[in-house]
Design a protein. Sequence first.
Length: 186
Amino acid sequence: MNRTPLSSPSERPRLLLVDDDPTFCSVLQQALEKRGYETLVAHDVAHGAALAESMEPEYAVIDLRLGPESGLVLVKRLIELDNNTRIVVLTGYASIATAVEAIKLGATHYLTKPADADEIVAALHKDRGDATVEIKERPLSVKRLEWEHLQKVLAAHDGNISAASRALGMHRRTLQRKLEKRPVKE
């Protein structure tokens, strides 16, 4: 079903925006409201879940990393509340493992930051995959492969850094340092 924003204020679709960056939220909220959405903002999982329970959003834009918490927890909760909610996961820490998990949990799309409001709205309304997506000729670098592996192990341990570090055979602080670094692009 392709829901598009309506012009009447009482008929505007509700969108939940959850990101721990207040400046980003303010700018994106204004842009989404100009595009016809009634937008409510939260900065953490608990407040996002509370807003979702009270407002029943048709759409949601969720940051993957909400401080120390995972936005995937909120994706799961939103789908439990209403499996028709169209969710886009945004992240500056993209990995194959988190993209797969986001989609498996019910997200409609997964975008890397920076993404503008038009890209986000398009992703919210995208019903099918894109067979024309470019396939890269070069394999991932060793550093990127390491990042992907760390993300996969972390996801397999439900985001528990201590359990993931034990599984990887490395000190917890070493894993935390590696995870805090921005991923290598390729």
